[in-house]
Ligand binder design. Structure first.
Ligand SMILES: *Cc1c(COP(=O)(O)O)cnc(C)c1O
Length: 371
């Protein structure tokens, strides 16, 4: 049996053509024309005024935190069930991450738990849409309004997704995306901040470019980073963006097919295909072992690996990270739902290049394992 990688991107559109253009013209740095084109087209797609391309989705979060002037003494509320990038950006800025548990069905932050975590020091809520379904935004928006909090929206897994018809990535003071190869569209490595605020956009642009000044280039009032995206990456991004609708449809089809094939395995909790505010776009096709399964995710993933089927475990909770424990950031915190799914969840091959036959093969092996 041929290997079925956990992710394989699809690069058979205009990627080659646009990359060739970069080489032909010599525009390979961030100064090249594809960067601006990608920023403008991506921002328009999400319905935002500004797009600021950066080198990955993690540094997009660092940039957002810095642009919003979140730092020492500030608290930021975020889901515990997320990638390290979210909490790392907060901690590196000297702010305090305050985590909330997640919903057992959507795996997104349980928005009903947010208000109890708000203190006079709370500055922002970092919303992270997880695995394919958006966070239930209405209550978050109401709380942000009521308490005067900023929303930072991590939409890294949500290209093309909507919440009640409105684009994910349009909810934050700043919203961020990643273009890592397992996202719905990729630039190899890459990220984007989007915002409607002219001043914030300008700050993000300065921060990603070492805070060079237009007039006195090498005189610095502030410290930034070099987080620039190259023209080569943006060229791939422009080609990928042309196919976003097709890619989202493709992912939805994959998700539906997996669900059809796996729904008769009682040992597995499958992803919800929809809520009343969105239809799943299956960033990844994720599974949770039900309580009656006597073995763990490690064993399932090892057994699938014997058939050369790639898998990944779920995120590990922020409040259980050894590094944050050492820093005594989450003493006494418990989030039972997230702790459980982090231990019982894994995901199966779900990249854009995945073929129907491969989906069927994976489903067949899973049936054998759980027979
Ligand atoms: C992938 C991802 C990131 C990080 O993006 P990189 O481009 O890999 O740095 C951040 N947040 C979420 C929710 C992600 O899925």
């Amino acid at each position: 049996m041929n290997p079925i990688p956990v992710n394989e991107p699809l690069l058979d559109g205009n990627e080659k053509k646009y990359l060739f253009e970069c080489i032909e013209t010599g525009w390979i740095s961030s100064e090249g024309p594809f960067v601006k084109q990608f920023e403008d087209q991506f921002a328009a797609r999400v319905g935002r005024k500004h797009g600021i391309a950066v080198s990955n989705g993690s540094v997009a979060l660092d940039t957002a935190i810095a642009a919003l002037e979140i730092g020492q003494g500030d608290e930021v509320i975020l889901p515990t069930f997320t990638i390290i990038s979210c909490a790392a950006a907060i901690v590196r800025a000297g702010a305090v991450p305050v985590v909330v548990d997640c919903d057992p069905d959507t795996w997104n932050m349980d928005v009903n738990l947010i208000e109890a975590k708000i203190t006079p020091r709370t500055k922002a809520i970092m919303v992270v849409h997880i695995y394919g379904l958006p966070v239930d935004m209405d209550l978050v928006l109401a709380l942000a309004d009521k308490y005067g909090l900023q929303i930072i929206e991590d939409a890294a897994e949500m290209h093309g997704q909507t919440y009640k018809g409105r684009s994910c990535g349009s909810f934050g003071a700043i919203s961020t995306f990643s273009f890592y190869p397992n996202k719905h569209i990729t630039t190899g490595e890459g990220g984007m901040l989007v915002t409607d605020d002219d001043k914030l956009a300008e700050r993000c642009r300065a921060l990603r470019n070492l805070c060079f000044q237009p007039e006195k280039r090498f005189v610095h009032e502030e410290l930034g980073w070099n987080f620039r995206m190259t023209n080569l990456q943006a060229a791939v991004g422009v080609a990928q963006l042309e196919r976003l609708d097709e890619f989202v449809a493709r992912k939805r089809h994959m998700g539906q097919r997996y669900t059809e094939l796996l729904s008769d395995i009682p040992s597995l909790q499958l992803p919800r295909s929809r809520t009343d505010y969105a239809e799943n776009i299956y960033w990844v096709y994720a599974l949770i072992l039900n309580d009656d399964v006597s073995f763990g995710t490690q064993e399932v993933m090892q057994r699938l690996a014997k058939y050369k089927i790639g898998t990944r475990p779920f995120f590990w909770c922020m409040h259980e990270q050894p590094i944050f424990r050492k820093m005594a950031l989450f003493d006494g915190v418990s989030c039972p739902v997230a702790e459980k799914i982090a231990r019982r969840g894994f995901y199966i091959p779900s990249g854009m290049a995945l073929k129907n036959e491969q989906i069927e093969q994976v489903a067949k092996i899973l049936h054998e394992l759980f027979a």
